[in-house]
Design a binder for this molecule. Structure first.
Ligand SMILES: [Zn+2]
Length: 320
C-alpha cells in the first residue's frame, strides 16, 4: 500500500521576534469560538522588538486599532504574506490599551513601504483577544493562492538576526550634555525598544547620534518609568546601566543541567548567578563584577533556566 507523507512547506524567514520568546506548534488547535488557530503564538514580553521575517513590503497595517488588535501584514516577492497580530497597544509599563500607534509600530512603518528581513517593524503586545492570554505575537503565513500554511516549521528553521549590538556593555554614567559612543548605543537601545528618541532626523532610528540632549533624556525617562527604575529622571547611572546590560541576553535554549563555570539566570528575572566549582550559586552583585571575572562580553554567555531553585544547589557568598 503506498504511503504518502505531505512535506511541510518551509519558507526561508528571519525569526520575527528579536528577544526572549517561547513557542509551540499550535496550528490547527481549536479555539473557543469554534474557529481554528491559523498561526503560531510566539510568547514574549510586551515591547519585545518584532522584525520583518522577509524582504518585502507592508501590504496591510491597522492605523487605528480594530477590536481584534493592531496588525501588520508583509508580502514578499513570491507573493507570500506574513501576518503579525496582537501588536502592542499599551503605554509601556502599563496595561492601559492606550499606547496608540507610536508604541505599536516602528516610526517609518506605513502601508506600502519596503522592509528588509530583520528590520524592526513594531513591538509584541496583547492587543485584541490576546488581552487575557498574555502578550504574544500571533504569526501566520499565507500562500499566493490565499491559503494558510503552518508557520511552525518555518519558525523552527528561521535564522536569527540580532537587531541591536548585543555584545555592547555600557560602562559610563551619562546625563544631559554627555557625548560619545555610549550615547549612540543608548539611543539605539531606546529606539529599538519603543522609547523613541526622535521620529525623524537626528536621534531617529538609523540616525542615532553621539550627543545626549533633551530628546535622549525624555526617552530615557519614559524607559525608566516603564521599568520601575527610580528615580526616573533621565540620568543613566549604575542602576539603569545594570538593568540594560543584564537584559542583553543572547536568546538561547533553556538549559536543564548546571555545570561549574556557568552564568545562569531565571527567564523572568535579571539577577545573574555564577555556578562555582563546588556547585554553589553565587549572585553576581553588579556588572562591574561580572566584567572583572568574565570579560566584557559576559552577558553573551548567560544561560537561562525556568527556576534556578529546582536544581537544589546551595547559595554561596555573593561574587564580588
Ligand atoms: Zn494566535
Amino acid at each position: 500500500m503506498p504511503f504518502f507523507v505531505e512535506a511541510a512547506e518551509i519558507r526561508q524567514i528571519t525569526f520575527p521576534v528579536a528577544g526572549e520568546y517561547s513557542f509551540t506548534d499550535s496550528f490547527g488547535d481549536p479555539r473557543s469560538d469554534g474557529r481554528t488557530h491559523l498561526g503560531t503564538d510566539i510568547m514574549a514580553e510586551k515591547m519585545t522588538p518584532v522584525v520583518s521575517a522577509v524582504d518585502g513590503y507592508v501590504s496591510y497595517l491597522t492605523v487605528t486599532e480594530p477590536y481584534w488588535g493592531y496588525a501588520i501584514y508583509i508580502k514578499d516577492s513570491d507573493n507570500y504574506e506574513y501576518r503579525y497580530l496582537h501588536i502592542n497597544d499599551d503605554t509601556p509599563g502599563t496595561d492601559d490599551g492606550n499606547g496608540g500607534i507610536q508604541y505599536a509600530f516602528a516610526p517609518t512603518i506605513k502601508r506600502g513601504v519596503n522592509v528588509s528581513a530583520g528590520q524592526l517593524i513594531g513591538w509584541v503586545g496583547d492587543s485584541g483577544n490576546a488581552e487575557n492570554a498574555g502578550s504574544h505575537l500571533h504569526f501566520e503565513i499565507w500562500t499566493p493562492s490565499r491559503s494558510v500554511i503552518n508557520s511552525y516549521p518555518s519558525l523552527m528553521a528561521a535564522t536569527h538576526t540580532p537587531i541591536i549590538n548585543i555584545s555592547f556593555v555600557f560602562s559610563k554614567d551619562l546625563s544631559l550634555g554627555s557625548k560619545g559612543q555610549e550615547v549612540y548605543e543608548l539611543q539605539k537601545y531606546l529606539n529599538h525598544n519603543g522609547f523613541i528618541v526622535a521620529t525623524t532626523g537626528a536621534g531617529s532610528m538609523g540616525n542615532e547620534t553621539t550627543y545626549f540632549g533633551p530628546a535622549t533624556q525624555a526617552a530615557l525617562i519614559k524607559f525608566q518609568k516603564a521599568k520601575n527604575i527610580s528615580p526616573a529622571v533621565g540620568y543613566f547611572g549604575p542602576i539603569t546601566r545594570s538593568f540594560i546590560n543584564s537584559s542583553y541576553v543572547v536568546p538561547s535554549e533553556t538549559i536543564t543541567t548546571l555545570q561549574p563555570g556557568l552564568l545562569v539566570k531565571n527567564k523572568k528575572t535579571v539577577e545573574v548567578f555564577y555556578v562555582d566549582e563546588n556547585m554553589e550559586l553565587r549572585w553576581i552583585i553588579n556588572e562591574q563584577v561580572a566584567e572583572k571575572h568574565f570579560g566584557p562580553t559576559w552577558n553573551q554567555i548567560i544561560k537561562e533556566v525556568d527556576d534556578i531553585n529546582e536544581f537544589g544547589l546551595a547559595y554561596g557568598p555573593n561574587l564580588q
